[in-house]
Design a protein around this ligand. Structure first.
Ligand code: AMP
Length: 388
C-alpha cells in the first residue's frame, strides 16, 4: 500500500493518535473507528467513524473505505476483526489478536514455543484456585484471563486462606494463577516484522511501574549483552510464531540470577516504546505504519539514550487540590506547562484527552541525553516541576 493509501485504525486512544501523526509525513490517510467522538486519534485523523465495535454494518463500511486495517488495542472483538477482513487485510492478523486477548492462552502459547514464564495454572473454580495455590505456593497472583490491564483484575495472595475472598473479588470468572516473581527489573522488547518477514527491534527497554501502571521507561537498558540478545530472540520467536505483520511488544521480568520470564505481549505499539519517537531514526509508530503498509522497515538505531515519564490524570487532580487549598475555591485543574517547555532536552506529548482522571494516561515527557541515567534524571526532574 503506497503512500496516498488509507490506513484504518480500530481504537482511538493515544496509540492511534501517535500512529496517525507518524503516518502523515509518509503521505497516508488515516480513518479511525471509535465508539466515542473527539478522541485522541480522531482529533488528528482524516475521518473518525463513531460506532460500537459490535455494529458490524458500520465496521464493514469503515473497512470498505480503507486499504489496510490495524488496531491500537488488543481487545478488538473477533467478529469485528472478521468483518474487517472481508474488505481489507488486518495487520497484525487475527492470530496475534486471539492470543493476546486471553492471559491463559497467551502464557500457554509462550510455553508451547519454549519460552519461559512464571509458573501458572488455569483457574475456573474455587477448587482450582485452592489446588493451584498448593501447586504454585504463595505469594501468587490471580489475574482474570480476559480484560485485565494496568493491574486491573489482579489480586496478590499471600496465604492460601485468602483464596475464597480473592475468588469472590475477581467475580468468579476464568482466571490464571501465577507464581509471584521476585524480579530485579522489568524490561520490554518492542519489535516489528514486515510483510516480507524481515525483523527489526529497538533492543531492551527498562520499565518501572507505579500502582501497576507504567511510570518510567529508559533505553537502551543496562543489561548484559547476552541477556539483551536472548530477549530479542524471544521477541522474534513470538512475532514469527504468530506471523505478525506490524509492531509487537513483549514484556519480561528479569530475575536477580539473570533469567528472563515472559509476562505478556501486546500486538501493537507500546507505551514503553514512546521514547523511540525522539530517540530512534524510525519511531515505533512509523514502523507500524511501514509494516502494515508493506513498506520496508525503517532503521531502529538510537540517536541518543532516552527516558520517558508518563503523565497521568492524577497530575491534574493534584493541581486542582492545590488550587483549592491555596484559594479556598474549586478551580479547574490546569497544569502550567511553561516551566517544562522551557527545558532544552524535554519533549512534551499531550494526548488531547478532555477529562483527566486518576490513573488515566494523559501524556508523556521524553528526555534525550548522553547517558540513560542522565536522561532518566532529566525526565524525572522535569515531571517533578509539574508537581508530580
Ligand atoms: P500485568 O498486567 O500482567 O502486566 O501486570 C502488571 C504489573 O504487575 C507487572 O508489570 C508487574 O509489575 C506486576 N506483576 C504481574 N504479574 C506478576 C508476577 N507474576 N510476579 C510479580 N509481579 C507481577
Amino acid at each position: 500500500m503506497y503512500p496516498g493509501s488509507t490506513i484504518g485504525v480500530l481504537g482511538s486512544g493515544q496509540l492511534g493518535r501517535m500512529l496517525a501523526l507518524a503516518a502523515r509525513p509518509l503521505g497516508y490517510h488515516i480513518h479511525i473507528f471509535s465508539p466515542e467522538r473527539d478522541t485522541p486519534a480522531g482529533q488528528v485523523a482524516d475521518l473518525e467513524i463513531c460506532a460500537a465495535y459490535d455494529d458490524l454494518d458500520a465496521v464493514r463500511a469503515f473497512a470498505r473505505g480503507v486499504d489496510v486495517v490495524t488496531y491500537e488495542f488488543e481487545n478488538v472483538p473477533a467478529a469485528t476483526a472478521v468483518a474487517c477482513q472481508e474488505f481489507a487485510p488486518l495487520r497484525p492478523g487475527p492470530q496475534a489478536l486471539h492470543m493476546a486477548q486471553n492471559r491463559l492462552r497467551e502464557k500457554t502459547f509462550f510455553v508451547e514455543n519454549g519460552l519461559p514464564t512464571a509458573p501458572f495454572t488455569a483457574v475456573h473454580s474455587l477448587t482450582d484456585l485452592q489446588n493451584g495455590l498448593v501447586q504454585i505456593g504463595c505469594p501468587a497472583v490471580l489475574k482474570t484471563a480476559v480484560s485485565g490491564y494496568d493491574g486491573k483484575g489482579q489480586i496478590k495472595l499471600m496465604h492460601p486462606d485468602e483464596a475464597e475472598a480473592a475468588w469472590q473479588a475477581v467475580g468468579q470468572v476464568d482466571c490464571i494463577l501465577e507464581g509471584w516473581v521476585e524480579f530485579e527489573r522489568e524490561v520490554s522488547v518492542v519489535a516489528a516484522r514486515g510483510l516480507d518477514g524481515r525483523f527489526a527491534h529497538y533492543g531492551v527497554i527498562e520499565n518501572s511501574h507505579a500502582n501497576h501502571i507504567l511510570d518510567v521507561s529508559k533505553a537502551p537498558a543496562d543489561v548484559p549483552p547476552d541477556t539483551a540478545k536472548e530477549a530479542v530472540a524471544m521477541a522474534q520467536c513470538v512475532l514469527e510464531a504468530l506471523d505478525v505483520v506490524g509492531v509487537l511488544c513483549v514484556e519480561f521480568f528479569l530475575t536477580g540470577d539473570g533469567r528472563l520470564l515472559l509476562n505478556e505481549m501486546a500486538p501493537r505499539p507500546h507505551n514503553s516504546g514512546h521514547l523511540t519517537i525522539e530517540a530512534c531514526v524510525t519511531s515505533q509508530f512509523e514502523q507500524q505504519c511501514r509494516a502494515v503498509c508493506g513498506l520496508p522497515l525503517g532503521d531502529t538505531c538510537y540517536r541518543q539514550p532516552a527516558a520517558m515519564a508518563n503523565l497521568l490524570g492524577d497530575l491534574w487532580d493534584i493541581r486542582r487540590k492545590g488550587a483549592k487549598e491555596q484559594r479556598g475555591e474549586e478551580r479547574e485543574g490546569e497544569v502550567d506547562w511553561t516551566a517544562v517547555l522551557r527545558l532544552p532536552h524535554i519533549k512534551v506529548h499531550l494526548y488531547g484527552k478532555r477529562e483527566p482522571r486518576p490513573g488515566r494516561k494523559m501524556g508523556h515527557l521524553t528526555a534525550l541525553a548522553d547517558s540513560v541515567g542522565e536522561a532518566e534524571r532529566i525526565v524525572r526532574e522535569a515531571r517533578a516541576l509539574l508537581g508530580y
